[in-house]
Write a protein that binds this ligand. Structure first.
Ligand SMILES: [Zn+2]
Length: 380
């Protein structure tokens, strides 16, 4: 038996017309002035911005804004927002957007109190304190709305690294799934692929943790079923809601209970890919890397890979499980090779080197430079 702690203090407010509750949620912690952090402006088109500021106004909360967080969010934007937060003396931070915006906001919350926030990623400084974090989710993918980690890219040093601290759990997060009805198809798919990868990072190192393994199979099947529903009708709110909740549960602690902290080799490889090629979405890279990794490491835990093939993809053996997974991704118009994503063959070695620059990766099977290079070749 594996011992573990489960802790998740984030209050999740889920459902129709929930965004208008943000002012009240901030008031509950006594906030008077908040820094709102957002992406490139899509929240102005789908009304999310107006509903948010009306709610702040109604509750007598002042706000400042920081725009322009990109996908694979940058350290430069984090530093810009920290400067605003300090200058304006805000007492809370509010992310309105997807995982990139939320990750940026978390690191800003901690960065206000850090000597140099990047040193936290370098593991040379610890997060000591953070402003209260609030989020309004507009793209389900990372589950950052209900966990305590964040990933940031340092463009100058060519590093895309993650960090975490219990101080980075949002106080409250709002998920109003219908605001995602207008998302482009590829963003819905990339979000689903990211969540499937989170679940699989835990699932494949499992053996006897029946509760978590069964929950993870249910989550994977729900994600697949919901994406299939949205393929038929992007405004199918029932599928949208089921997908959103399954994605949050994919990385809020529940999917990983008892599963040894997860493997995370596929995430490490994907981070290098979207660090070198910022136009490649995190979920898109994972969709390509996972089947290649499965092929390379499945002999380390064949029973579990067989179980996945049977229970999630309704097929008999490991090989056909990997094949069916790729077919599924193809049917969603997702890429199934690095080449398709625009990765150049001559960069594979460099990508492998970047991936192991903080040490060997993986847990089910510990991967060294040569292993990572092989998996990238499989994925190419
Ligand atoms: Zn991820």
């Amino acid at each position: 038996m594996i011992s573990y702690n489960f802790y998740n203090p984030t209050k999740l407010v889920f459902g129709e017309n929930t965004i208008e509750k943000i002012g009240e949620l901030l008031s509950n912690v006594g906030s008077k002035k908040v820094l709102m952090i957002a992406g490139s402006g899509s929240i102005k088109k789908n009304n999310v911005y107006d509903i948010t500021i009306n709610s702040l106004r109604k509750n007598g909360i002042e706000w400042r804004e920081c725009w322009g967080v990109r996908a694979n969010p940058s350290l430069a934007k984090v530093r810009e927002a920290i400067a605003i937060a300090k200058k304006e003396k805000v007492d809370a931070v509010l992310a309105v957007g997807g995982g990139s915006v939320i990750d940026t906001t978390k690191i800003v919350a901690a960065g206000v109190y850090a000597d140099d926030i990047w040193q936290v990623f370098e593991r040379k400084e610890k997060i000591k304190k953070a402003l209260p974090i609030f989020t309004i989710l507009t793209l389900s993918a990372t589950a950052s709305e209900m966990n305590c980690s964040a990933v940031i890219s340092n463009d100058e040093e060519n590093k895309k690294w993650g960090t975490g601290s219990p101080l980075l759990y949002p106080v409250a997060s709002i998920i109003q799934p219908d605001v995602q009805n207008t998302l482009p198809w590829n963003q819905t798919v990339n979000g689903a692929l990211d969540a499937m990868a989170h679940i699989m990072e835990y699932y494949f190192i499992g053996t006897n943790e029946e509760t978590s393994i069964a929950v993870n199979e249910a989550l994977l099947k729900t994600i697949i079923k919901s994406v299939e529903g949205l393929k038929v009708d992007a405004k199918d709110t029932i599928s949208r809601a089921n997908l959103a909740w399954a994605i949050t549960l994919g990385l809020n602690g529940i999917s990983g209970a008892g599963l040894k902290g997860g493997d995370w080799a596929c995430h490490d490889m994907s981070h290098s890919i979207s660090c070198m090629y910022p136009q490649i979405a995190h979920g898109g890279a994972l969709g390509v890397i996972f089947p290649a990794w499965m092929k390379y490491v499945c002999d380390s835990n064949p029973q579990q890979f067989k179980r996945f093939a049977k229970n999630v993809l309704l097929t008999d053996d490991i090989e056909s499980g990997i094949y069916e997974l790729k077919q599924l991704l193809k049917s969603w118009n997702a890429a199934t090779s690095l080449r398709e994503l625009g990765v150049k063959e001559e960069d594979l070695r460099k990508l492998a080197e970047m991936t192991v620059s903080r040490g060997n990766i993986g847990k089910l099977s510990v991967l060294r430079l040569a292993d990572v290079e092989k998996i990238l070749e499989f994925a190419f």
